[in-house]
Design a protein around this ligand. Structure first.
Ligand SMILES: [Ca+2]
Length: 277
């Protein structure tokens, strides 16, 4: 009854010294990590963009009336031949159109025309603003020369506030990384927080040029028509959680790397068990 013998618990199978199990565990983790570390550039990345704003608990207001809605974003993977924006410089029209009115069409027109040269992926999810505490997940492609990520989305209830990254190097991400975004002021419109200039107040979205540079946003002051409950600082306004997606070949390598150790574990677990002829 060979099958009975194989199914029956063998007490001495558990007789592996704890320190040996720990050592094998470390070795196995090292082997499983190796393919990712060796693959400097993943072919794809999963990105979750989350709206972290709304402090409804502290203000007592409804969630929909606190924090910020975030305009439909644009994600771009590109080479170093493309720059979406530079902090400390004037915002290009592609960016201030987003920062002032959530209009991503200018940026989309620009980067879609560059696909195949300096741009690899353009992903533009959502057709309505991302509500407070909600998230959206996208997948972008990258390669050895197109390993930079740029992205932008308007802080919807500001004059010209936006969240974004410009030229983030994806090739340095081997597992999962979360980046907190505190917001930029595009420097293109004065922060009047007033009726007529904030579309969110329902009285128009006129321009009041500022002629400034992209800087860190100082948040909603709350001394005009925009309520202080729309402020998000001192916390981040949003986050990006980025995960490298290994290419299929990496999974094969991972299995090849892990199998000898699994075999060793089983062999040691079976040490002392009588062999059957
Ligand atoms: Ca401004």
């Amino acid at each position: 009854m060979t099958t009975v013998h194989r199914a029956a618990p063998a007490p001495h199978r558990t007789a592996i010294a704890p320190h040996r199990l720990a050592a094998l565990g470390v070795a196995l983790v090292a082997a499983l990590s190796l393919p990712q570390g060796a693959a400097a550039q993943a072919p794809a990345y999963q990105i979750t963009f989350k709206n972290l704003t709304s402090d409804a608990v502290a203000t007592g207001a409804a969630t929909a009336q606190t924090g910020q809605r975030l305009s439909p974003p644009v994600f771009i993977t590109h080479s170093d031949a493309y720059t979406a924006f530079t902090v400390g410089q004037a915002a290009p029209e592609t960016i201030w159109r987003i920062a002032e009115g959530g209009d991503r069409s200018f940026l989309l027109n620009e980067v879609n025309a560059l696909v195949g040269t300096s741009v690899r992926s353009v992903v533009a999810p959502l057709s309505a603003p991302l509500p407070q505490q909600n998230s959206v997940t996208v997948m972008v492609n990258a390669d050895a020369s197109h390993h930079l990520l740029s992205f932008a989305s308007m802080l919807g209830w500001t004059n010209d506030g936006f969240v974004g990254v410009s030229g983030l190097d994806l090739s340095t991400i081997t597992g999962t990384m979360t980046i907190n975004l505190y917001g930029y002021d595009a420097g293109s419109e004065k922060n009047s927080e007033a009726n007529g200039f904030l579309g969110a107040l329902g009285l128009g979205n006129a321009r009041d040029p500022e002629g400034g540079l992209i800087t860190t946003h100082l948040g909603i002051r709350g001394d005009a028509n925009a309520p202080a409950a729309w402020n998000w600082l001192p916390g981040p306004a949003a986050s990006l959680t980025i995960s490298a997606v290994p290419e299929p070949g990496s999974w094969a390598l991972l299995l090849v790397g892990g199998l000898p150790l699994l075999h060793l574990l089983r062999k040691r677990a079976g040490a002392g068990t009588p062999h059957k002829a």
